[in-house]
Design a protein around this ligand. Structure first.
Ligand SMILES: [Zn+2]
Length: 97
């Protein structure tokens, strides 16, 4: 059926444009798709907030070089601080003396 063929080719071209110029978030708990600005040297994941340094294989094909450690550390510290405040709340509920 020619209609099916048309559908398939449309889906295929859509898939191509969707993956075009995008990178996958390296955060294992996120794995979101990120579309960097053309030529940008870093990109922020809209899903988890992680930032990555980029290099460009060619002007249209970005790759993640590695995380921006300042941002990674900030996110980790925020989570740690949240955890600590939760812990201290619990320990004050228990009460010392
Ligand atoms: Zn992410």
């Amino acid at each position: 059926m020619s209609a099916d063929e048309k559908k398939l080719s449309a889906a295929e071209s859509l898939r191509k444009t969707r993956t075009y110029g995008k990178v996958r978030c390296h955060n294992p708990s996120c794995m979101g798709r990120i579309q960097p600005e053309p030529g940008a040297d870093r990109v922020k994941c809209p899903t988890c907030g992680m930032e990555y340094r980029l290099y460009w294989v060619n002007p249209r094909l970005p790759r993640i070089r590695g995380p921006v450690w300042d941002v990674a550390r900030k996110i980790r510290e925020q989570k740690l601080a949240e955890l600590e405040s939760q812990m201290s709340k619990k320990s004050t509920k228990k009460g010392g003396k």
